[in-house]
Ligand binder design. Structure first.
Ligand code: SAH
Length: 252
């Protein structure tokens, strides 16, 4: 029997932002593999085995999932947000490419989810309505100089930037360094949004300007959006402003 390996994006937190396709893939699995807190978000199903692992063990977890699927099990690997964005889908393909030849015969399916930047953008207005990019600020898997070069190139090119993994206890200074670098390229008033725990009960969203952005405001559950010089801000009485990317105002 050919094993099944689904890599499933759970969305940002609220079960209403889990797609019906993802829900079906989870319910159909004999085994769930993933980081403990993400598994905890999946409703229990009868006779389903759960294999929880730590946050860092991505490749080991992917190999475990492939090995399980190769025995004929129906395995679902879970990720938050979208499984293909800074998440488990890449680790699964890395495991397949470097692993047992039989793993290439697995029935692999990537089930997309609502990524943090999409959930955050929907709260903020329409900040991703024109050209944008996503950058992970984590320097666990790439040198900090590479992150800086990408930030500078993206800002200079006029992209709105969605920053994933902006700050953690192990990486306390990188976001401040990034704000300093971006401040040397973008106008001081460029809008910056901090979107924390979007769609979860602790959700907190704050809109500020680059010159006032406090890196301490971000944690591991925060998506930071950096506007472009073209981004518009609509102030509202007694409410958070809206940010939107105009459809065609870029200067040539
Ligand atoms: N695959 C995920 C991203 C995983 S990287 C996705 O597509 O969303 C982890 C980073 O995602 C966090 O550090 C944070 O920047 C962001 N993130 C995940 N869930 C979030 C949420 N509910 N609100 C804000 N940011 C979130």
């Amino acid at each position: 029997m050919r094993g099944r390996l689904a890599v499933v994006g759970l969305g940002p937190g609220d079960p209403r932002q889990l797609t019906p396709e993802a829900g079906a893939a989870l319910a159909d699995a004999s085994d769930l593999v993933g980081y403990g807190p993400y598994l905890a978000r999946v409703p229990a199903a009868p006779n389903q085995v759960r294999h929880a692992s730590g946050n860092r063990a991505e490749l080991a977890r992917a190999r475990q999932a492939a090995a399980l699927a190769a025995t004929g099990r129906r395995v679902a690997v879970v990720s938050s947000g979208d499984a293909g964005i800074f998440a488990m889908a890449s680790a699964v393909f890395e495991a397949i490419e470097t692993g047992e030849p039989t793993w290439r015969e697995l029935d692999v399916e990537i089930v997309p989810g609502i990524s943090a930047m999409l959930a955050a953008a929907a709260r903020i207005g329409a900040p991703l309505g024109h050209d944008f990019c996503a950058i992970s600020l984590s320097d666990n898997l790439k040198p900090w100089e590479v992150v800086r070069a990408r930030l500078a190139a993206a800002a200079a090119a006029g992209f709105v930037i969605a920053l994933y993994n902006p700050r953690s206890r192990a990486r306390p200074w990188q976001l401040g360094d990034a704000f300093g670098l971006l401040g040397s390229i973008l106008p001081a008033a460029t809008p910056v949004a901090f979107a924390t725990a979007v769609t979860r009960p602790e959700e907190r969203i704050e809109i500020t300007a680059l010159e006032k952005a406090d890196p301490e405001r971000a944690d591991m559950r925060t998506l930071v959006l950096i506007g472009s010089a073209a981004m518009r801000r609509i102030d509202r009485p007694g409410a958070r402003p809206w940010l939107y990317a105009p459809r065609g105002s870029d200067a040539a």
